[in-house]
Design a protein around this ligand. Structure first.
Ligand code: HEC
Length: 276
């Protein structure tokens, strides 16, 4: 009898004093409904929010368009409202899929497109030779592979293709290096905020880009390791970095010409001359 009581006591005790889990519906009503139930243009409705992935809504509240609305939610409250609006379980860690195994397969892709424009005059023109493609072939192109940005619902960064790798930023804040022939992933770098700029690859195989929280990054294009990150002078980095060909990686860190606004002041935390 005694031991039965003890078991009951042990079973019940851990539940005492546990704070009630936050209710996602209540948080939505108090913090989101005034705008999202108002039927205003551009604001996703409750029904529209249900189609979002949990990761996308979480990202919007942490570092995206809703970061001010998300800033005074506790972690548990944020997860609760994310699960409520999407009606999906929130599992923060997405296991990367489709990683490249070993060395690049097949012959390297011909032609390159580095950064926003293939030249510094922003002509956005690619000759047939450097494209590896004649105009007559364009109508006959067929889909070779497709890549879905995990958790995102919009794609807005222009891909760069350099030495058989395709570099592209995502709304969810990841920059991907894919195999241009097969679409497998070499690495994914987490910038934490959406990356809308094209990725410019500079000498020493360094990838340069900016994010929507106005940071500029230099990342080793071979491994995806961060070389440096610096705060920009504006609120968002939308323009793609242009890289004059005379620049080395270290002079680049002092001089990064951009298409809008003044050049940023760059203070690299660690400069490395990584080779791909
Ligand atoms: C003051 C009004 C307002 C409040 C409060 C608000 N939102 Fe929003 N929300 C907006 C607007 C406006 C947009 C569209 C933003 C845009 O297109 O840049 C938006 C967009 C979003 C998006 C889409 C983000 C994207 O990247 O396109 C999500 C997800 C979202 N809100 C979730 C929430 C959640 C969850 C809450 C409550 C914790 C919330 N919002 C509170 C006004 C609001």
């Amino acid at each position: 009898m005694r031991s039965v009581k003890l078991q009951v006591a042990l079973f019940v005790l851990p539940c005492l004093g546990r704070a009630a889990a936050p209710d996602g519906g209540d948080i939505y009503k108090a913090r989101c409904a005034s705008c999202h139930d108002a039927g205003l243009p551009r604001i996703p409705t409750r029904d529209a929010l249900k189609t979002f992935s949990a990761e996308t809504v979480n990202r919007a509240l942490v570092s995206g368009a809703m970061r001010f609305q998300g800033s005074d939610l506790s972690l548990a409250e944020r997860h609760a409202v994310v699960e409520f609006v999407t009606a999906k379980k929130f599992e923060p860690e997405t296991v990367p899929q489709g990683m490249c195994l070993g060395k690049p397969a097949g012959k390297p892709i011909e032609g390159e497109w580095n950064g926003w424009s293939s030249d510094l005059e922003n002509s956005r023109f690619q000759s047939a030779d450097s494209a590896g493609l004649a105009p007559s072939q364009v109508p006959k192109l067929k889909l070779k592979w497709a890549f879905g940005f995990p958790g995102d619902f919009v794609a807005f960064s222009q891909p760069s293709i350099v030495h058989g790798k395709l570099f592209v930023g995502s709304a969810g804040g990841k920059v991907y290096a894919l195999d241009a022939s097969t679409g497998c992933t070499y690495w994914a770098f987490d910038a934490g905020a959406g990356v809308r700029t094209a990725i410019s690859i500079g000498p020493g195989s360094v990838a340069y880009f900016g994010d929507l929280q106005a940071n500029v990054y230099a990342v080793d294009a071979a491994s995806g390791a961060q070389l440096w990150k610096t705060a920009w002078t504006t609120t968002r980095a939308l323009a793609s970095p242009e890289l004059p060909s005379c620049m080395t990686e270290s002079s680049m860190s002092r001089y990064l010409r951009t298409m809008n606004g003044p050049p940023p002041t760059l203070v690299p935390s660690a400069v490395s001359s990584a080779e791909a």
